[in-house]
Design a protein. Sequence first.
Length: 101
Amino acid sequence: MDDRRKVPRKRVLKEGKIVYADGLRVLDCTIRDISPDGARLLIANTVGLPDSFQLYEKSSGTLYPCSIAWRQANSIGVHFEGPATSIHDAANKRYARLKFS
């Protein structure tokens, strides 16, 4: 299989959350690999998942704006749509409760 990524991804095993509907909907996920441009996420089911959302990486408290690049039954590839921000930034106040979940 050809790898069409411009930047190689680093293998990781991190807990994450897919956050959408302005923080009202949250799905648990596992981040399996990551690069400055995107990531591969494992989730229970991709049905009903919106095309764009925030990815919360729990160990660092980082939020990444994402769009889905590809879908499979239990995994998705995402492209980061802008700079990552901290959950502690004032602009992310509505997501602050996630760090306790």
